[in-house]
Every structure is written in C-alpha cells, then in structure tokens.
Design a protein around this ligand. Structure first.
Ligand SMILES: NC(=O)c1ccc[n+]([C@@H]2O[C@H](COP(=O)([O-])OP(=O)(O)OC[C@H]3O[C@@H](n4cnc5c(N)ncnc54)[C@H](O)[C@@H]3O)[C@@H](O)[C@H]2O)c1
Ligand SMILES: [Zn+2]
Ligand SMILES: [Zn+2]
Length: 393
C-alpha cells in the first residue's frame, strides 16, 4: 500500500484544558508526526461526551491536556508498520483499542484489549505527540484520541475505517455514547422481542439504549429521568412510558415500575446516569427487575466482561452486567452500526441537538452541557473553519 513520505510536524489549533475545572483555552499546538503503528488524523467533526466534562473537572487528570474522544477525520499521514489504513481514508478514532491479536481481542466475551489497555499517553510508549507551539511545553493526550484539536495522532489499533457515505456529524457519534447505548441493549443484554425495558437516565446513552431496545423489538420501554423535557425526545426514540421521580410522591421508582408492569417488573433495566454506575439508581433498577429471566444490565465504565446471575431452576435472580462501550469491538462493530445508519435502520438525527464552530467550544458548549441538566444530547463541532499550518510552510 502506498503510504506518505516523511511527515513533518503540523501547527494547528487545539482547545487545551490547563487545569481541573477551568475552561478550555484555544492554543496553537505542534502535532508531531506519527511514530510506528500510529496515524495522524485531520479531524473533521468531533462531539462532546459527558465523560469529557467529567474529566475536565477531575483533578487526577494530567494537565495541560487535549480532551475529546468522539470524532471522525481523514488520515493525513501514517507511521511505519501501518498497513490497515492509508492516507486519505476516513476513520473514526475510538478510546478502546482492538489490536486483533491478544487473547481478549480474539475472545467473543471481552472487548478490553489486553495488549493495549487504557493508559495515559500514547498506547505503546506513554508519551505525547502534542506540545504548545509557543513554549514547547508537552500537552498530554486523552483517552488515546484527543479530538478537540484540528489534527491528532492516534494508534492504528484505535482507528476504524468507515466509508465516506455516512455524514461526518453522524459518524463521530459512533465513537462512544450512542454506540455504547445501542450496543448495551443490542449486544450485551441482547434484549428479546416483546420484552419490557426500563432505562434510568435519558441522556445520550440512555436514549441510545432505548433505540437499541426498540430495534431489538422491545414491546415497552419505560424511561426514568429527573428532567421531564427528555420525555418528548424519548418518545421519538422508542420510549413508551415515563417516570418522573419528583412526581411519584412517597413511592420509589421501582414500586412505580412494578405497578406499571402488573407487579412483575421489567425484563431489562439499564442504569445510564453516572459513568461508574450510581449505587442508589442501581438498587432501584434491581428492585424494578422481573425475578424471572435474566434481567438487569448496568452501564458502567469501570470494568469489562459480563457477569450473569445465578440460575435457580427455571428462574434466575436479576443479574448485574457491566458494559464497557456497549461490549463493542470497535473495528468489528462500528462499521456495522455505520451501515445500519445508511440503511436508516439506525436513526441518529435526534441525537444531534446542537452544532457549532470549533472556536465556540468554550463560550457555548461546555456551559450548556454543565448547566442544562442534560438538556443537550450531542454538540457537534465542525473543524472545517480551521486552517492547519505546515511547519516551515
Ligand atoms: N459505559 C460506557 O461505555 C459509557 C459510554 C459513554 C458515556 N458513559 C457515561 O454514561 C453516563 C451518561 O452519559 P450521557 O452522555 O447520556 O449523559 P447525560 O448527562 O446526557 O444524561 C444523563 C441523564 O440522566 C438524568 N439524570 C441525572 N440524575 C438523575 C437521577 N438521579 N434520576 C433520574 N435521572 C437522572 C439527566 O437528567 C440526564 O438526562 C455518563 O456518566 C457518561 O460518562 C458511559
Ligand atoms: Zn464518551
Ligand atoms: Zn488486543
């Protein structure tokens, strides 16, 4: 495969997070050429995931850093040993690696690549390809993606080639939240047709769970959210019934769900509020679960494989299954989701509630996301306003 000649550093704009809790600062950064097994990507679109906001405020993060992990872009140059993609390919970078060779990548039961586990810095050597152009100070990368920059360098194990047929504002949604939610229902829980599903939290992830459940033929999808504004958009994505925790008096949410289901409870419950799973919401979700058939799926970011409940004769107790990125193996599953999108089997338009230019990232998007109590689903940021400067050009 014909690849690039020797790549040079690129200077471009990036939104840099300099300290926990501070707004991002638009800076000129230098992006080093890709090393072996790496590709440099011109970012076309990026979107903001709840996890970016969480990490922005997290003092244990490494600063300065470039956040952003939902994106789509075009390969600008490649390092040695990169055969899988070529310059000009449209790719989706993903925070989860798929080396394709380790025991976990070969297993049908895990999506946590053990050869390239999530770690700070570039996956193979822990270093960074970013520095501030003015001072040369290194800028850390984030979740192996760092898409709040006009150019980024990503390990080839973290990129998925997608065609150009899928519009970029939809392709970038397949990197994290929407894909995680859809596949939690589609792949991890494998929701059965005709079943009842309860979704706790109707943000981007929860609404994607609702859509994934609808695609699997769920008969009833009960949405629980403290923000009643979510109910309208929920209806469009398959939610059939709503529970607003403030409107049920002294009753617990689980009691209301039991009543709604004739005392039986839901077949599947999904916790989609907190990234490590809210204990109190998980308890309510377990109590809302039907005591026959496997029943409960929690969406957590802290672990891998699934745990099934103990079988008791013909019945089983509710089982808690942890789902990391919806059990997705990025290189296998994201192209399938992209095709479903092209076939109109998967509708992503409703997830795009806001769009803006890259240089508006601070004064609009982050404030809105933090203050709107989940009113915003996905902000799409188009990078095409920026002009990258070739070093020495
Ligand atoms: N496991 C994964 O692979 C994965 C992937 C992406 C995101 N996440 C995590 O999933 C979580 C949800 O992400 P999102 O983008 O949908 O967030 P979001 O902020 O868009 O949605 C959260 C929703 O929960 C509602 N909510 C909050 N507290 C509530 C409560 N006590 N009771 C009822 N409703 C409540 C909010 O009103 C909002 O609608 C985040 O914490 C994110 O970090 C996990
Ligand atoms: Zn995310
Ligand atoms: Zn692997």
């Amino acid at each position: 495969m014909e690849q690039n000649s020797v790549a040079r550093p690129i200077r471009c704009k990036a939104a840099v997070c300099k300290a926990a809790g501070e707004l991002l600062e638009m800076e000129e950064v230098e992006v080093a050429p890709p090393r072996a097994h790496e590709v440099r990507i011109k970012v076309v679109c990026t979107s903001i995931c709840h996890s970016d906001i969480t990490r922005m405020k997290d003092g244990s993060n490494m600063f300065p850093c470039i956040l952003g992990h939902e994106a789509v872009g075009v390969v600008e140059s490649v390092g040695e040993h990169v055969q899988e993609v070529a310059v000009g390919d449209t790719v989706v970078p993903v925070f989860l690696a798929q080396c394709g060779e380790c025991a976990d990548c070969r297993s049908a039961h895990s999506n946590l690549c053990s050869a390239l586990p999530t770690r700070p810095g570039m996956p193979r050597d822990g270093t960074t390809r970013f520095s501030l152009a003015a001072t040369g100070e290194p800028v850390h990368n984030f979740l192996s993606v760092s898409s709040f920059a006009e150019y980024t360098v990503v390990d080839v194990a973290h990129v998925v080639r997608v065609g150009t047929a899928i519009p970029p504002e939809k392709a970038c949604l397949l990197s994290c939240g929407v894909a995680a939610g859809i596949c939690a229902a589609w792949k991890v829980a494998a929701v059965e047709a005709g079943s009842t599903v309860a979704v706790f939290g109707l943000g981007d992830v929860g609404l994607a769970v609702a859509q994934g459940s609808k695609m699997r033929g769920a008969a009833r999808i009960i949405g629980v959210d403290k923000n009643p504004d979510k109910f309208e958009i929920g209806k469009k994505l398959g939610v059939t019934d709503f529970v607003h925790p403030s409107d049920i008096g002294e009753q617990a949410v689980s009691e209301v769900i039991k009543e709604m289901t004739g005392g039986a409870g839901a077949n599947y419950c999904f916790e989609c509020i907190e990234c490590i799973g809210s204990v109190s919401v998980m308890e309510e979700a377990v109590k809302s679960s039907r005591m026959v058939r496997h029943a409960f799926t929690g969406l957590r970011e802290d672990g891998g494989g699934a745990r099934r409940g103990r079988q008791r004769g013909a019945h089983s107790i509710p089982s808690v299954v942890r789902s990391y990125l919806g059990g997705i193996k990025p290189k296998d599953d994201i192209p399938v989701l992209a095709q479903k999108c092209l076939d109109k089997e998967l509708e992503l338009d409703e997830f795009i509630t806001h769009q803006m230019r890259f240089d508006e990232i601070n004064n609009r998007a982050l404030d809105d996301l933090q203050l709107a109590e989940g009113r915003c689903l996905r902000y799409i940021i188009r990078m095409d306003g920026g002009v990258a400067m070739e070093d020495g050009a």
